[in-house]
Design a protein around this ligand. Sequence first.
Ligand SMILES: [Zn+2]
Length: 448
Amino acid sequence: MQKVYLYSSLGNALQEFVPLVPNEVSFYVCGPTVYNHPHIGNIRPVIVFDTWRRLFLELGYKVTFVSNYTDVDDKIIARAAELGVSEQELTTSVIKEYEEAVHAVGSMIPDVTPKPTVYMPQIISYIDDLVKTGYAYQSNDGVYFRVSKIKDYGSLSGNTPESLLSGARIEVNEGKESPLDFALWKETSTGIRWETPWCVGRPGWHTECCVMIHSLFPKTNGLIDIHGGGFDLKFPHHENEIAQAEAHNGNHLAHYWLHNGFININNEKMSKSLGNVLLATDVIKMYGGAALRLMILNAHYRAPVSFSEETISEAQKNVKKIETTLKSLVLALQSAGRDLENVKGQGEEEFLHELCQDLNTPNAITILYGEVKNANQLLRTKDVDLDLVEQSFAKIRDYLRILGLPVEIKYLTNSELGLYCQYLEAKQNKDFVESDRLRKILVEGGIL
Ligand SMILES: [Zn+2]
């Protein structure tokens, strides 16, 4: 098995992947707060971490891939009230839309998609443990985590207590012992809330992910291999997740912490205030899920992605090129009697090698384009070598599967194949009326 190297934000270094349990990968990605339509910023981690997941699966690992939906949040409460629907109605419809986008960009639905509302007893008991061990304390408006108890606080983001306290942007809250302390439980009077020994309210976001990981991976005491998310989650979210895991389980929650970069729109940061937020559904409808995935994977996952009319159109053009080549390959091979559905893949090592180097998708895509070019050259040669064409087809098919690019390979049915052979015959016999007629049918059927 090839070795995988990944760049972990915890330690800021490229590290060799060594799983906690041999041949297994436990993977958790922070999912969206489901209060509004998903935008393309939400879709980047969906694509990036799905590609990581596919790589591990391809290498033969048993992968448990978990990504949550945050379904308790002030934004959900406010939006549901605005729309005049219940919070559950809102989150259910947003999750549906989100999963449609996940599917459209070729990503697999996670093995588990936990939601905090379902884990409330575990969340309350986890907080209770932290209060009992002195890592958390009750205040006038909820329960807070005592950051001063964590010796290496800041190990992920570099935001140490000293640097944070000297910074000017610290919020002041009278109920807290220190401005660095964060809420584990908040007292609330609106929206969905639960009764606890402390007060009626809801959990803090940082606690939810910790508890769900702790509950889903009990065999390793809540320690997982890989934790992923966007760069913006590094601080405070992930830093505070680590602090709680240290307090509760004596570990750093995950061995490797991966963070993906942002998406810029025409070289500007995507933000509501700039009014340039692009909804995933709109982009997918306009350019296709495959083009969006290709555009995102064209950049290394830690680098920023630049979305512009030019970059997405270029990706769309390349998807089209791959589709056209596949169509020609299928026609050439199936009309020669080759059984394509059972062709064995070979020669993926070089391609996988690139992905094993911290998911170098730009280099992997270059290999894919090289193979598409090679296939077209093979098809153009006078005496087509069908064995080489078949190998090339298998490579392209496998590369697409590993990258998760949703480009459909349309195999021909016997009747379609018969029609195509008739067309070739008519052409050869210079029966142009008949060949034009058949050609029209084949084009309409998407075969040519
Ligand atoms: Zn999280």
